[in-house]
Design a protein around this ligand. Structure first.
Ligand SMILES: Nc1ncnc2c1ncn2[C@@H]1O[C@H](COP(=O)(O)OP(=O)(O)OP(=O)(O)O)[C@@H](O)[C@H]1O
Length: 361
């Protein structure tokens, strides 16, 4: 038998009539992994989750869970717990009855159910609310009940679709930590849909970034943030300075990029650690994050530009700067400790070749 990943999707596509919303998707999730599906609205994230859960059929391809092919398996036989944004708790049942429901469905005995529900509610610190109805709970409490109900039958996988979307910022951040903690403590395998990049960066072992039904990049949070492999990812995750240019070899296996300047200005030449093997010389784009541009450093990085501050905006923990630098317009984030900046002020910008992500234009 071929050894497959715990969750294994092979060449999965989904069409609604003539519209293809997921295209040739290959996706593998390890046991115990927290994978986020991140992407703009309509990129196919929910559809993928629904196909995994068995609420939507797949048009072509194959899916396995724990080496079992699940294409045709009905949802309740897949062993997956599902949590949605709109809680979907049963309003006429108490919290404890809601949590007991999946166990009753699976034919468990009364005493076992009572014991399981008790432990499950303790785990999410809701024991004292077992007799309440969902309408008597706050949004965060309701969401914890929904999570508990998905966990109680010890599913192999938890699928979550924007589970925190309806909560305010503070509660959302608390619940993010809570879900992460449960994930670690119980060794859960979680596939988590979100369109919130900071949520994906905070919570995930890996992030799959979707663009129009396809994975634009998949990797650890630091990978996709620091080493975007294409224009879409560099612009979708975080903020970036995206520069166009022409790449040539530096003679030692890395690329140097002649950045296109504005108008008559030829633009600077930037050294990078991008290898010739990864990107072909010729037209390329270079992404450098605003916080990687350093101003007036006593020991500047290898790439140096003279710049003039166009605008400096105080943002609390940092200062956001617009800079005109040798025919380029750049955005930088300066630490407050790095000094004060005024429009018109001349500064030296430097950045490390290792911080430049280069990809085909
Ligand atoms: N039942 C359906 N019939 C026809 N089209 C559908 C159906 N469900 C989804 N779609 C379309 O499929 C595409 C992908 O939708 P999906 O809900 O998977 O995207 P998403 O990335 O989860 O977006 P969002 O973040 O807005 O939920 C969209 O263009 C949507 O309109």
């Amino acid at each position: 038998m071929i050894e497959r990943s715990f969750i294994h999707l092979e060449n999965v596509s989904k069409s609604y009539g003539p519209m293809q919303v997921v295209e040739g998707l290959d996706l593998q999730v390890k046991k115990g992994e927290f994978l986020s599906l991140l992407g703009p609205s309509g990129s196919g994230k929910t559809t993928i989750l629904m196909m995994l859960a068995g609420f939507e059929s797949i048009t072509s391809g194959a899916m396995w869970l724990d080496n079992q092919k699940i294409n045709e398996l009905p949802p309740h036989k897949r062993g997956m717990g599902v949590v949605f944004q709109n809680y979907a708790l049963f309003p006429h049942m108490s919290v404890a009855e809601n949590v007991a429901f999946p166990l009753q469905m699976r034919g468990m005995g009364k005493a076992d159910i009572a014991a399981k529900v008790k432990t499950a509610l303790e785990r999410v610190r809701l024991s004292h609310l077992g007799d309440r109805k969902p309408s008597q709970l706050s949004g965060g409490q309701q969401q914890r009940v929904a999570l508990t109900r998905a966990l109680v039958f010890e599913p192999k996988v938890i699928l979550m679709d924007e589970p925190l979307g309806a909560l305010d910022k503070q509660l959302r951040e608390e619940m993010q930590l809570e879900i992460r903690e449960l994930h670690r403590r119980l060794g859960l395998t979680i596939v988590f849909v979100t369109h919130d990049q900071s949520e994906a960066l905070t919570m995930s072992d890996r992030i799959a970034i979707f663009d129009k039904g396809k994975i634009a990049q998949i990797g650890a949070p630091a990978d996709v943030y620091d080493r975007p492999q294409n224009r879409f990812v560099s612009q979708f995750i975080g903020e970036t300075n995206l520069l166009e240019g022409v790449a040539a070899s530096d003679g030692a296996g890395n690329l140097v990029i002649s950045i296109n300047g504005e108008g008559a200005d030829p633009g600077p030449v930037v050294t990078t650690h991008a290898s010739e093997a990864s990107v072909r010389p010729g037209k390329v784009a270079l992404s450098i994050r605003p916080e990687r541009l350093v101003l007036n450093r006593s020991e500047p990085h290898a790439n140096r530009l003279s710049a003039v501050v166009q605008d400096a905006v105080y943002q609390g923990d940092h200062i956001r700067l617009h800079l005109a630098a040798e025919g380029l317009l750049l955005v930088a984030r300066a630490e407050r400790a790095s000094g004060s900046f005024e429009p018109g002020q001349a500064v030296e910008v430097s950045f490390d070749p290792a911080d430049c992500a280069v990809f085909a234009a």
